[in-house]
Design a protein around this ligand. Structure first.
Ligand code: ADP
Ligand code: MG
Length: 392
């Protein structure tokens, strides 16, 4: 990845070319990787999650009027919109809807916003499961927060960004991505409780590095799988709630309760619910194992998570099978599993620190031999959560 100073220089030059002069303010928001907890967030469960040193920046300068001008260096496109008169969705430059949505939700909540000229630049890969959309939303909200003195705390900011993605962009995501980006802490993983919107932090053992293995496979289907999984979980929880006091979501259900009520569900709903209940427990177990470098535990939990994703939640595609095979045979691997929503995108490995180069070489070669696809394999650090960026 390019050095920080080169990135700053590039953004500054582009800002001058586009708007003239210098930015007054820089903000950053990180992407994230889930270390355990696939699809648990919208079941009000737990996730072990980490903000990564792949970030979205916005360099900005306030305006005297009510215009927001926003441009992305990644997509070389942009648009202006007014904060007055009801913010509308853009059909011409759809990515601006993430920024428009954040502005609309903030204004609907009664926050007084001001206009700006802004330039976006991101090192988070798009649509790969590392959450570039949340990084963009959280960067935009962080910018409004600083520019307009809104005094939003990270959790409130995350909730409003999620609302923007749900209601304005139209993606029914859980809170995981925005929460991690807004509230992350450098050098730590977050154990996130998605019901209570609280988290604890835990260090990762210094010998262990987190390595992203990108299948570079993006599903070409309609994207209906995610809402379908969500609906199946809700159906399972509703059936159990009808017979079990105190059950609101799958978070509240034990495996014993699920099995006792098995006749209530169709087979697919049962499998989905079983995965979520087990995955929640794995999140709690992995947090301790990562801090203590409990190698057998890390290996077992990650293997069970992937097996469940494949057999119960059914979010695994052949490219992910090829990648997990490559990861499992690579030098220094302690554990490997899916990341993000599945169906391709990135996967995650826990690797002995000194073995990272050899691990990467093996994975790239083995995955390419199996699929013909050139992957991307890179270690990430636990980065700070969103905030102002000191560019010097
Ligand atoms: P993910 O969040 O997993 O990366 P999404 O499909 O949710 O995938 O979000 C990706 C979309 O977010 C992109 O297609 C683009 O519309 C928008 N986006 C994210 N980062 C940027 C950026 N730096 N510039 C412009 N658009 C961005
Ligand atoms: Mg996203």
């Amino acid at each position: 990845m390019e050095a920080m100073s080169e990135r700053v220089a590039g953004v500054r030059a582009a800002f001058a070319a586009l708007y003239g002069g210098d930015p007054a303010l820089w903000v950053q928001a990180p992407g994230r990787v889930d270390l355990m907890g696939s699809h648990t967030d919208y079941n009000e469960g737990y996730v072990l999650t980490m903000p990564i040193d792949r970030t979205t920046w916005i360099a900005a300068r306030p305006r005297d009027d009510r215009q927001v001008r926003i441009h992305s260096l990644n997509l070389e496109s942009g648009e202006a919109f007014s904060l007055d008169g009801g913010i509308q969705r853009s059909a011409a430059v759809p990515w601006t809807n993430y920024v428009r949505g954040v502005a609309k939700v903030l204004q609907d909540e009664g926050y007084a916003l001001c206009g700006f000229d802004g330039l976006v630049h991101s090192t988070v890969p798009f649509s790969s499961g590392l959450s570039s959309s949340a990084a963009l939303e959280v960067a935009a909200a962080t910018l409004f927060n600083a520019l307009c003195g809104l005094d939003l705390d990270p959790v409130r900011l995350a909730v409003l960004c999620q609302r923007a993605e749900n209601t304005f962009v139209g993606v029914n995501c859980g809170i995981l991505d925005q929460y991690t980006s807004a509230a992350g802490r450098a050098g730590h993983v977050l154990l996130l409780d998605c019901r209570h919107l609280t988290h604890t932090v835990a260090p990762i053992h210094p010998d262990i590095r987190i390595v992203i293995c990108d299948t570079r496979y993006k599903r070409a289907l309609t994207g209906s799988e995610y809402p379908q999984r969500r609906a199946q979980c809700e159906a399972g929880a509703a059936a159990l709630a009808a017979i079990t006091p105190g059950v609101r979501t799958l978070r509240d259900v034990s495996l014993e309760q699920l099995d006792a009520a098995r006749s209530l569900f169709d087979e697919a709903v049962y499998r989905r619910a079983r995965f979520i209940i087990q995955e929640n427990q794995r999140v709690l177990d992995l947090a301790g194992a990562l801090s203590a470098k409990d190698v057998p535990c890390i290996a077992a939990l990650t293997a069970e998570s992937f097996a469940g994703a494949r057999d119960l939640y059914e979010i695994v595609v052949p490219q992910m099978e090829a990648m997990i095979a490559a990861m499992r045979c690579a030098p220094g691997v302690l554990g490997a599993r899916q990341a993000g929503a599945g169906f391709g995108g990135c996967m995650v490995a826990f690797v002995e620190r000194e073995c990272v180069p050899a691990f990467g070489e093996h994975v790239r070669a083995a995955y390419q031999a199996a699929t013909g696809i050139e992957s991307a394999v890179y270690a990430v650090e636990a980065a700070p959560g969103a905030g102002l960026l000191a560019v010097g």
